[in-house]
Design a protein. Structure first.
Length: 415
C-alpha cells in the first residue's frame, strides 16, 4: 500500500529527533540520482546550528507537517555541498521539464511523493509531477489557510500531472548533467518531429543544452525537422567534432542545405572533421543552387545494371544504410552510369529471384535535369504521382534523386 504526499507539504515541516526535541525544519528534499533516481535520499534540515543532512532512512513517522526521526541532530552531517544532489524545490519547482508522454515542455507546480511503510520505516519515492492548478493553489495558500482546508479545496480541482517516469529534466550545465546522470533516453525515443517541436519550445540556453546531449543519430534526425534558422543556431552552439558527427548522420541533401546556411568558416571547419567519403558527397551537393533539382536531391539511392537480378536487388536493399524513403525504386544504369530504367519495389516482390531487372522496368522512366526549378519538380511529382524523381546531368548520368519528403519540405517553406 502507498499514498501520495505533496512536496510543498513537506517543505517547512517540523523535525523531531528520537528524544522528542524539535531539531529543526525541512529546508529541502534531495535525490541522489547516481544511487537511485527515483528515491528520496536525504532531507536538508535547518537547525539552530546550520543546515544538516538527515538521511531519509531515519524517517519514522510523517503526520501532516510533522516528522519524527531517529537519532539526534548533532549526529547528522553538516551540509557542505549539494554537488551530485537533485534538490526538489530548487531544481524542480517552477522549472521547465520535458513531458515525454505529452511530447511538450511544461512547468512544475508541485511534486507528489509516494509514501510507503516498510519494516516500521517510511520510504519516499518520486511519484508524479503536478503541472496543474492543484500544486499552484496549494503553494499559494500555504501558511494563509489551514492545511485541511487547502487540501479540501485542491481535491475539488481537476488533477493535471505526469508520472515521474515520463519526465526528462533540463540542465544547462554540462558538468552537472554528468554528476546527476541526466540523460535524454526518454526524449530520444520520440519521433524526430516531436523532438524538434520540443526543442523549438525551449529557450535558447535550454535548447542548446538538450540538443548537445542527444546522440548524434537522434540529433541529426531531429535537426532535419527544425527551422533552418534554428538549425544554424544549434550547430554553432556545439564544437566542430560533434557537429561533423551529426552532419555525417544526416541525409546528404539536408546536410548540404545546412552547411550552405552556416557561415563559410564554420562550414569549412565541420567539413574538415568529416570522414572523406561523406565530406566529398556533401561537398559535391554544396556546389548546386539550392532552389534547383540538384540542390534538392540526395545521393542516397540504389542503382544497378539492367542485367542484375531481383535477388541481387534484394541483397543490395539489405545492405543499404540510407533512409527508407529513398528506396521505393531501384534505378537502372548502364556501364557509364547513364539512367536507363527504374524498377518499383513492388515489382521485385512479385517476381522470382532470378528475373533480370530489365524485364521489370517500364518502357518509360520519368526524370528531370539538374537545373530543373523547384516549381517544375513539384509539378512533376503531382502530374506523375511520384514517390521519388531521378536527377540527371547533361550526359544523362544519374546524379541523385528527389524524394516526396523533399517536395513536402519545399512546399512547406513557401507557406
Amino acid at each position: 500500500m502507498h499514498e501520495e504526499i505533496a512536496l510543498s507539504s513537506i517543505l517547512g515541516a517540523s523535525v523531531y529527533d528520537s528524544s522528542g526535541a524539535l531539531a529543526g525544519h525541512v529546508r529541502e528534499v534531495a535525490v541522489a540520482p547516481q544511487d537511485d533516481p527515483n528515491r528520496i535520499s536525504d532531507f536538508v534540515v535547518k537547525t539552530g546550528d546550520g543546515d544538516r543532512l538527515l538521511p531519509a532512512h531515519q524517517l519514522r513517522t510523517l503526520v501532516g507537517t510533522t516528522m519524527q526521526v531517529t537519532g539526534a541532530a548533532q549526529d547528522w552531517p553538516r551540509l557542505s555541498s549539494s554537488e551530485g544532489m537533485l534538490l526538489l524545490e530548487r531544481d524542480l519547482l517552477d522549472q521547465q521539464i520535458i513531458d515525454v508522454s505529452g511530447r511538450k515542455v511544461v512547468r512544475v507546480n508541485d511534486v507528489d511523493l509516494r509514501r510507503e511503510q516498510v519494516n516500521g520505516a517510511i520510504k519516499l519515492k518520486l511519484g508524479r509531477v503536478d503541472i496543474g492548478m492543484r500544486g499552484a493553489v496549494r503553494r499559494l495558500l500555504k501558511g494563509l489557510a489551514p492545511r485541511r482546508a487547502i487540501e479540501s479545496l485542491v481535491l475539488r480541482m481537476p488533477e493535471k500531472s505526469i508520472p515521474w517516469e515520463a519526465v526528462d529534466l533540463i540542465e544547462v550545465d554540462p558538468a552537472r548533467r554528468v554528476r546527476l546522470k541526466l540523460e535524454y533516453e526518454r526524449l530520444s525515443r520520440l519521433h524526430p518531429a516531436d523532438i524538434a517541436d520540443i526543442l523549438e519550445e525551449l529557450a535558447p540556453a535550454e535548447r542548446q543544452a538538450v540538443f548537445g546531449s542527444l546522440d548524434e543519430e537522434v540529433a541529426a534526425e531531429a535537426l532535419e525537422e527544425i527551422d533552418p534558422r534554428m538549425q544554424v543556431e544549434l550547430m554553432r552552439s556545439i564544437d566542430s567534432d560533434k557537429a561533423a558527427d551529426i552532419v555525417e548522420e544526416m541525409d546528404p541533401d539536408a546536410a548540404a542545405d545546412l552547411l550552405g546556411d552556416l557561415p563559410q568558416e564554420t562550414s569549412e571547419e565541420i567539413l574538415e572533421e568529416m570522414e572523406p567519403e561523406e565530406r566529398q558527397e556533401v561537398s559535391e551537393l554544396l556546389a548546386f543552387h539550392e532552389n534547383t533539382a540538384a540542390g534538392r536531391m540526395t545521393t542516397d539511392y540504389i542503382s544497378l545494371s539492367p542485367e542484375h537480378t531481383v535477388g541481387d536487388a534484394i541483397d543490395r536493399l539489405r545492405s543499404f544504410e540510407g533512409e527508407a524513403e529513398t528506396i521505393s525504386t531501384i534505378y537502372l544504369v548502364d556501364g557509364q552510369e547513364r539512367l536507363v530504367g527504374a524498377v518499383p519495389l513492388v515489382s521485385l516482390v512479385l517476381a522470382s529471384g532470378g528475373t533480370r531487372l530489365r524485364n521489370l522496368a517500364p518502357e518509360h522512366v520519368i526524370f528531370c535535369a539538374a537545373s530543373t526549378s523547384d516549381k517544375e519538380v513539384a509539378e512533376m511529382f503531382d502530374k506523375y504521382n511520384l514517390l521519388t524523381l531521378p536527377v540527371v546531368d547533361e550526359e544523362h548520368h544519374l546524379t541523385g534523386i528527389i524524394t516526396a519528403d523533399d517536395v513536402i519540405s519545399l512546399l512547406r517553406d513557401r507557406l
